[in-house]
Design a protein. Sequence first.
Lengths: 603, 248
Amino acid sequence: MAQQYVDMDTLKFLLYRVHDLQTVLDQARYADYDQASVDLFLNATKDFSDKELFPFFREMDAAPAHFKEGEIIVHPQVEKYMKKAGEMGLIAALFDYEVGGLQMPNTVVSAAAYIQETANNHLPGYVGLTNGAAELIIHFGSKALNETYVPKMLTGDWGGTMCLTEPQAGSSLSDIITVAEQAEDGYTISGQKIFISGGDYREAENIVHLVLARIKGAPAGTKGISLFVVPKKRRTENGDLISNDVNTVGDFQKMGQKGYCTTHLSFGDEKDCKGWLVGEANQGLKYMFMMMNGARIAVGRGAAAITMAAYQASLAYAKERPQGRSLTRTGKKDVSQEQTLIINHPDVKRMLLFQKVVSEGALSLVLLTAKYHDLSTTHADPKEREKYLLLLEMLTPIVKTYPSEMGSVSVSNGLQVLGGYGFCTDFILQQYFRDIRIFPIYEGTTGIQSLDLLGRKVTMENGKGVLLLSEEIGKTIREALGIDTLAPYAKQLSGKLELSQEVLQFLIPFVKKGDYQRFLSDATVFMEFFGNIVVGWLWLNISIQAEKALVSGETQYTGDFYTSKIHAMKFYFKYELPKTTALAEILTNKEVLTVAEENSWFA
Amino acid sequence: MKILVCISNVPDTTSKINFTEDDTKFDTNGVQFVINPNDEFGLTRAMWFKEKQGATIHVVSVGEVSVEPTLRKALAIGADEAIRINTIPTDGLFVAQQLAEVVKNGQYDLIIAGRESIDYNGGMVPGILATLLDINFINTCIGLEIEGDAVTAIREIDGGKETLATTLPLVVGGQKGLVEESELRIPNMRGIMMARKKVLNVVEPTDSIRGTEDAKFEKPAPKGAVKLVDSDKIEELIDLLHNEAKVI
Ligand SMILES: Cc1cc2nc3c(=O)[nH]c(=O)nc-3n(C[C@H](O)[C@H](O)[C@H](O)COP(=O)(O)OP(=O)(O)OC[C@H]3O[C@@H](n4cnc5c(N)ncnc54)[C@H](O)[C@@H]3O)c2cc1C
């Protein structure tokens, strides 16, 4: 039987029932969709992933994308996948009908992308970046830019990239130095961009780079950064495509995601690289940031997907591998007995349940954030839109970070389930382990996300975001308090919510004193603390829905399915949530050990 | 040409199968249903006729409302209209009678059903249907060409192939070979959206008889443990295959 890499039942249960997709489909923008069509689409995406993605997953790792004679050689499936994804509607899914899009909710598109990423995380990025680049042109670009680039991108004929990073400007984009110089017919671009995903591949008819650069004479820092469309090939007046002096000078060989090329691009070596300004000058970073919520949900989603695929692989192995014997009532093992399956050892169960709570908890977080994204842009009531926007802003750094960080730990546990085989290349776990490791790094490292959460989101509008999120958590707690079997867990979560207030009461005064260094020094610890509580909330919510389904005798899924969700929640509340107590102790400890430029500590 | 593709809604092969009511009923809890693969080969061939030669495709299924997603999928793939006969499909005789009524009312030139459905593997429907309609029938069909009324069909026979010539109207029992697995279509989002606007007629069943009742289902015995035999102990292997597994 083919390897199981995704749990479609859980995905659908979370999407339709726990996060009530109907509330999104009820918005006027999505009038053409109903749950039946969404369901067909998700099933089709699974079939598509079985056929076009999963079979190439290991091959792409074994034969990495690489640089050869000025070109990047990628797996042949990249081109095929791009075209097929275009045909499926996966690139155009989010956009308005007027520009050739399908006006699908982000929540649904996220679910579809998630399925693909569980199948093969090396391929969907090519589509994701093309989609992101097209989105920037559609939202901020001129009519001419739209007409020239978007249709070809939506069909998958042309790829797209995001060119932000430079050797000296990674986390700190204010240090970008790529130059744009005004010319007669637009701008000429010169500079280096590194780590550019999907930056080049031989088969692409064209690649449309969205480049952050500084117009000569622009103010220093973030206020002087503009956004340009810089195609690999530009059109001449008679419509031919000619080289635009965008040169691939190398690539990066990586520990994971090897099929997803990472390139070093050099613009304007021959002083013949043309760029077209997107929107207004000096607004580039602002435009990028407006797309950031979506991009960060996408990265968290990719990590959640790998976490799920690894869980499925570990679980299948544990159900088949005999090793050792269970302890008898005398505390000894009966060696005359046949060996038991490893899934029967409590420690293996613990690892598998850990994988289950992280993978499904992360998925739940991704879907909820995508839902907030949809409602923040489409809800009929402006007040509601504002509320959902604040909730989205709160969750964005968390949805980027929790699946990436905890997913990495979870996949490591998954590898451990296989024992020695986990470390061997014959088995798939080691690939997931290597692939997921990039997720805490790109699209803003965990450190940067944590600064965003504590430094910006917690304090925005005088803490209104935290308040709104606490209210949402409070609603779930109240509902669970009304269900006898869940009430103890509701109380536990309520205690954690209070604990988070205590932590903030300790930290906020540093802002008031102007001691930002101290305020933010443990931002990453705060992220771990707060993310843990948020996922605890999501698990309580899942168990409420499972409990209701059991009580009302629903038969959409089996009784075991619903019971397993409640069991997983209990596992989370026993093994994960209590960790917040230790984290709170760290966060409120008065000793200061990391602030100050004091390097003798490493003597 | 007007084509009717008969579609049954069967459990996905990865579903866990259980029975209830003393092993007399199939337990549908938590089971995912899909288009019967043999019917999907037929539908895909019908799409080929539609696109290359011009044809109208209707799809039909006997079943309750739960079969509608499967019919919608067929519409999303490209069928023009769907018909659902609103009753529980019991046995092959019953289903064939229901389908015969639809064919009589619809004046179809070509009726494609699957050689068998992969749930109960009865393999009766296309044969009985052709008998009830008194028209030509080709079973286990792995190739189908049509020019005007003239049909060339290829059948799989033991160890080889047989090419037959016949005329429309015709009932075909299709299977893999009508098209290859790689040609099966995955509906895209535009197709799915268009499917929402296509007609799905629900018709009430006609009075029909059934020939059989389900008395009991039994699952295959669970697989035994694997036995490892040293590579130099060929005698032992032969003995096991002969006396225990009884395969040689
Ligand atoms: C495989 C891959 C694909 C990529 N794809 C793209 C792409 O398509 N487009 C693109 O533009 N970029 C891309 N990147 C670049 C990626 O976004 C950057 O690597 C990332 O933002 C970190 O920048 P850096 O590597 O320069 O690390 P640095 O910024 O040097 O960070 C090093 C360490 O310092 C920490 N740090 C830095 N600044 C601070 C601070 N102010 N406070 C606290 N801690 C700090 C970081 O958290 C990190 O731990 C990709 C990178 C990789 C590896």
